[in-house]
Design a protein around this ligand. Sequence first.
Ligand code: MN
Length: 745
Amino acid sequence: MMGRDELVDRISKYNPETNKALIARAYDYAQDAHDHQTRKSGEKYFIHPKAVAEILTELKLDDATIATGLLHDTIEDTRATREEINKLFGDEIGALVDGVTKLDQLDLVTKKAEQAENFRKLLIAISSDVRVLLVKLADRLHNMRTMEHMRDDRRRHISRETMEIYAPLAGRMGIQWLRDELEDLSFRWLYPDANETILARLEKLRTSYTGLIIEVEKELHLKLEEYGIDALVTSREKKPFSIWRKMENRQIALEQLCDIYGFRVITKTVEDCYRVLGVIHTTWQIVPGRFKDYISVPKSNDYQSIHTTIIGPERQRVELQIRTEKMHEVGEFGIAAHTLYKESIEDESNGKNPPKHDLLQDSSAYQWLRQLVDMLREGDNPEEFLEHTRLELFQDQVFTFTPNGGLIVLPHGATPIDFAYAVHTDIGDTCISCKINGRPMPLVTNLKNGDEVEINCATGHMPPAAWENIAVTGKAKAAIRRSTRASMQEQYGRLGHEIIIQGFALAERKFTKTLLEDKLFRLPHGSVIDVFAAVGRGELAVDLVISALYSDYVADDGSDVSVMKAAGHGEGGWLGKTMGLKFLWAGQQESIGPGSGIPIRGTPDDLPIRFAPKGGALPGERIVGIMTQGEGIIIYPIHAKALQRYDDQPERWVDVTWDIQSESRERFPALISVTTYNMPGSLARIAQLIGEADANIDKLRMVRRAADFTEMMIGLEVWDIKHLNRIIAGIKAMKIVNRVFRIQG
Ligand code: MN
């Protein structure tokens, strides 16, 4: 364990301009503050903050971060206060220590709702200064390394939090060695048996591999020398946890993994990386499909390297990673490699403010954090957010571009829909089509690295509900859900309003929104709009609304209705009191205006209005809607047999009319039955007549075939009821036809 002077020396090695006095003061202050405390192991408590500072020097971090490492537990565990830290060490360090203290209080594997809220707090804290996270990660690493004296349940709890949150975060920050070690330590405490097993098998494997590894290494050195390439070769062994994860994911045995042992070749220049690759590929046979060039297309955490796997002696597979020194540094240190201290020296020499973390803003890790925080502000449900973010923590990502060259990073499997939402929620909501690399492509296409995506929008368009299952990003899913929810609520509300007006008119009672508002306390709904929506959804009967407003009201038992029917209130009895609800077919222009009915948008599937499955209603024929609980309105043609079931429930009937515009060229299905005398070519002649009448035959089925006649069912696609009637009349007129009629559901 190093003392004060050693620590200062160590910092000076990578940062000659270090403020030695500051570090020394922080060291002494923390040592004093923790003086009477001991750890569970019985050691002095100060060992812990000192070790954290040491880990931070391995990441070559700036003075403020190292001082924070020394001081990080003072506010929480000693009598020190934020004010005192501010006074003695400045606001910057004060804010950092305060940030770490707050993170310490967040339990990230507790109850779901709390966990989500804590995760939000964590992200907000670290996005305001990412150095807070770096100190926290160092703190967690030291705690994980020294957990033997802890109670087993505590140990498991901390390990789970590390595995689920901190290790993936370290990975996202690009600090690979830290991630590996955190995962490995958590693995040891969470799955001791699995860990033991893998260690034992690795031990066995190692003995049989040693010779092979030496052989490959020798050959590699020889070749590099032959080609005059200056490079460092190191061998590495995969950690138990990564082995276990791969075995689990791919259901294969340990021996089948081809990257347990491997080499890293670290070169001076990018050019040399490709020269080394050439040497390797001409010396050994390679394993197809294992070559990856992360130098041309870096990973989202800025990782760059070439990966390839060769078939070595005894047909053993060996993985090789080729990278430059700089890439190696970024690969191991990630966000910490972005020259924190160099920038701070320049800042100070300019006489400006102390070093600021915003120098990190160029790194992908920082941008990823910013994106998350933007999402936090837009998202309305912290639990959904947590779920999606957690997924994203583990997902691989693809890089895509806007037509202007802007970079949009998306998780693997993302579609142009996700892309559109990533650019802006409004663009996502109104997007209708897209081009990928200049070619029109479906919105459900999976995007690939390097794709350039152009999104076309239409104002007023709303995302179909089905998109929620297509989108993979949390942002898109949440926005689609919000938009769908809002539009459904609005549609149900307008529908419910109309139904209420009709219901009150039938009951001959006056209705106004104000009257309802005054009596709202009698209903279990929070607002007038909620009442409308509940009625629209069929969850609340109009009778109950009338009773709420008029306590003397007694619901009809239906007898009045029959009187009305008998009195002949227009065609279809009481339906003559039409409420003017118009059914707009998908893709139709909305005709909004007083008395024009309720405009409905979208396809029948995501509407509170839909056709009865076997209804076969055609434009031009009388249709009615039946209020159905949880489904809204189901449309039937007026003569559908199914309607008989609702004869005694007049309150559920809603009059609807078609609103098909003449330029709409949409066909509708209709089913007819035709019986012909058996004569050669009779079917062909019927088909010809249908074709000449501008209808399509969708399906045809022989129902009965006797010696003298054939009965068949023909599925047609027609424009409207008149069109169908014309066809039926035409067929009827044929000599070969005995009988023809429309089949009704
Ligand atoms: Mn600590």
